[in-house]
Design a protein around this ligand. Structure first.
Ligand SMILES: Nc1ncnc2c1ncn2[C@@H]1O[C@H](COP(=O)(O)OP(=O)(O)OP(=O)(O)O)[C@@H](O)[C@H]1O
Ligand SMILES: [Mg+2]
Length: 368
């Protein structure tokens, strides 16, 4: 059934994302048929140690998203969550567990900042991760995980030896400048060294990418031929998916067997400057479209926020989330003044104030 649907949409049977495409373009009957033929399954996978995570103790809505996200037969999962409900934290856990169950993962987001945020969190998990993208756009705090940096590190020894050989050959060349045929031979050797380096670079890049458990890039960065050559991923995850235009999401999605979109369409929508594009529908993200498909079957919601005081969250809850957003006990009544950083600041400010006061009193006494 999925095949017929794909052919209707002009896609090939061999496409790895066949079930994802069928789900996102098919109607309810198509999805039901795929389910009956055991091609897909919407249930939760059982988690071996659901509440045991080194990262945090997950709330119930997060646990549900986690077990839905780990079901290898589920083609699409949309994780919809207001600010601070732990989408990014949850994705980190999902990635760790997906790798543990043998899946290769491609992680993307619409912006470089969101990708680097994910790289930072994943760096602490001990997974083998690689960030692909223009080095000038990658945050300095995560450059050690960038493809260019890793490849440079691995090529260090090779480059040193090559440079030594080059210097020797150049010296030989100067010594035999009278002998044309010998000089031509040496020039050939020098050229060959350049080609060797190019080959070695290409080989190392492919090695690093295929060894990686998780590859990260922006949505559009996933069009990089280096990522495409790596082969099909088992799982594609898109964070901040509410902010990306649908065509950009298809770039990573078509490189994986299943996908998870996390975000919130009540926050920033895709930035579209052209009125024509807006009228054509580009303003609606894939996440928003997917969450309306198949009576909401694709979506799960996170309902507890772990970031802000309840007075702020309850306003947002009422105005934007039909009163469904709750505040975790740990943050519901916490104030900025309780934060350790602010406390240190207040102490230092009052310290400075008391010194200033003492100086003033001393000055007054001296005047007297
Ligand atoms: N179950 C939890 N227990 C304790 N803290 C949590 C839990 N889940 C998330 N947090 C904390 O809540 C904060 C927000 O999490 P996170 O950044 O993952 O949210 P988000 O949904 O991605 O937010 P945004 O919409 O801004 O991207 C973080 O400080 C995170 O450590
Ligand atoms: Mg986030």
């Amino acid at each position: 059934e999925a095949l017929m649907l794909l052919q209707r949409n002009g896609l090939l049977k061999s496409n790895a994302s066949i079930d994802v495409v069928a789900t996102l373009f098919g109607d309810s009957k198509d999805v039901m048929k795929m389910e009956q033929n055991c091609l897909i399954d919407w249930g939760e996978s059982s988690l071996p140690d659901p509440r045991l995570s080194e990262r945090c103790a997950f709330d119930d809505s997060q646990l549900r998203a986690l077990s839905l996200g780990l079901n290898k037969k589920r083609p699409v999962l949309v994780i919809q969550g207001p600010p601070g409900t732990g989408k990014t934290v949850l994705l980190t856990e999902l990635i760790v567990r997906a790798v543990r169950q043998g899946e290769s993962v491609l992680v993307t987001a619409p912006s470089n900042a969101a990708v680097d945020n994910m790289v930072e969190r994943l760096s602490r998990t001990g997974l083998n991760i690689v960030r692909v993208g223009n080095p000038a756009r990658i945050s300095p705090s995560v450059t050690s995980k960038s493809l260019a940096e890793i490849v440079n590190g691995r090529l260090g020894q090779f480059r040193k030896e090559l440079e030594r050989k080059r210097t020797d050959l150049r010296k030989d060349l100067r010594d035999c400048i009278e002998d044309d045929s010998l000089a031509a031979g040496i020039r050939q050797l020098l050229k060959q060294l350049g080609r060797d380096l190019e080959m070695k670079e290409k080989e190392t890049i492919m090695e690093v990418l295929s060894d990686a458990q998780v590859v990260l890039s922006t949505n559009t960065g996933a069009a990089d031929p280096l990522i495409r050559k790596t082969g099909c991923f088992d799982l594609v995850i898109i964070d901040e998916a509410g902010q990306g235009i649908e065509p950009s999401c298809w770039i990573p999605i078509l490189q994986g067997k299943r996908c998870i979109l996390a975000g919130d369409h009540c926050q920033l929508a895709p930035a579209i400057l052209s009125r024509k594009a807006l009228e054509g529908g580009l303003g609606k993200s894939m996440m928003e479209r997917a969450s309306l498909l198949h009576d909401g079957l694709l979506t799960t919601r996170l309902t507890v926020q772990h970031r802000m005081h309840d007075s702020i969250a309850s306003w947002a809850s009422k105005e934007m989330y039909q009163g469904l957003l709750q505040s975790s006990h740990s943050v519901a009544s916490h104030l900025l003044a309780d934060s350790p950083v602010v406390k240190v600041y207040i102490l230092s400010v009052s310290g400075v104030r008391s010194i200033a006061w003492n100086v003033y009193v001393f000055w007054v006494c001296v005047q007297d």
